[in-house]
Design a protein around this ligand. Structure first.
Ligand SMILES: NC(=O)c1ccc[n+]([C@@H]2O[C@H](COP(=O)([O-])OP(=O)(O)OC[C@H]3O[C@@H](n4cnc5c(N)ncnc54)[C@H](O)[C@@H]3O)[C@@H](O)[C@H]2O)c1
Length: 252
């Protein structure tokens, strides 16, 4: 039986990169998906391409009202959700010396608050049944780089949030597991923006590769395989954990 048959999966950040690819794989494995994204044009286009088992819902996931509207929009389907995958995120460079107050707060709203709201939505939906939450952290949550201070801090927050939600659900007897993935540099639009924006794009890509012991960047499929494991019953005894998909950065 396909892993996601009879499953309903909510994916934030589903208009691009790893969120979009996860949606495609869940549908290929028999599931229904609702993708959330602030980018309506791309969100609709990706969902149309995936087919009728994928629906796009426009949402700014930093805003609690978006999650309330989603709940209302889903109606009876709110009580059928089986996984919530929080993949929406941004990464923009700033060191301790050039970070601004506004950018710091914006990064935490998108990378941190949205994950808190997504977890709250997931627990409310799934606590009387069972389910799985998967949050996108980063290798930078535990192995930070100085050029992305707000990003590092926000992703470290995602890890502790993940463990806290996992422990709460276990303590309450809810059959909800909560885990994270920690990707290294992965070849998605997020990484491509860094490469294309660099003075020497080839050198930038080589530098990203060299920061991983395996001396290459990762491909989105390599992360999505771990996400699908955590989102499905394949990981039935795993909670409060994170899987590194980072070419060995965790071992440094
Ligand atoms: N690509 C990497 O190298 C890398 C490495 C480690 C972790 N990650 C994390 O993986 C996740 C997916 O990243 P990606 O590389 O696929 O990036 P991406 O830029 O391709 O996709 C991110 C998506 O999030 C959406 N988004 C941003 N703000 C939003 C908001 N307020 N509301 C709703 N949607 C919003 C964007 O519109 C976009 O579609 C992110 O959380 C990212 O931080 C990426």
């Amino acid at each position: 039986m396909p892993r996601f048959e009879d499953k309903l999966v909510i994916i934030s950040g589903g208009a691009s990169g790893m969120g979009a690819l996860t949606a495609e794989h869940v549908v290929n494995e028999g599931g229904q998906v609702v993708t959330l994204d602030i980018n309506e044009e791309m969100g609709k286009s990706v969902a149309d391409k995936i087919g009728k088992s994928c629906e796009f819902f426009k949402a700014d996931v930093t805003n609690p009202e978006s999650w309330n509207s989603l709940e209302e929009h889903l109606g009876d389907r709110f009580n059928k959700i089986t996984s919530v995958i929080n993949a929406a995120g941004i990464s923009e460079p700033a060191t301790i010396e050039d970070e601004t107050f506004d950018h710091w707060n914006r990064t935490h709203a998108i990378n941190g608050t949205s994950v808190f709201l997504g977890c709250q939505f997931a627990v409310k939906s799934m606590k009387d049944r069972s389910g799985s939450i998967v949050n996108f952290a980063s290798s930078l949550a535990t192995r930070p780089q100085p050029f992305v201070i707000a990003y590092n801090y926000s992703k470290a927050g995602v890890l502790i949030l993940t463990r806290t939600v996992a422990l709460h659900c276990a303590q309450m007897g809810y059959k909800i597991r909560c885990n994270a993935v920690q990707p290294g540099a992965i070849n998605t639009p997020m990484m491509q923006r860094y490469v294309e924006g660099a003075e020497n794009p080839e050198q930038q890509l080589a530098d990203f590769a060299a920061s991983h012991p395996m001396n290459r960047v990762g491909e989105p499929e390599e992360v999505v395989r771990a996400v699908l494991f955590l989102a499905s019953e394949d990981s039935s005894f795993t909670t409060g954990d994170s899987i590194s998909v980072d070419g060995g950065v965790i071992a440094i």
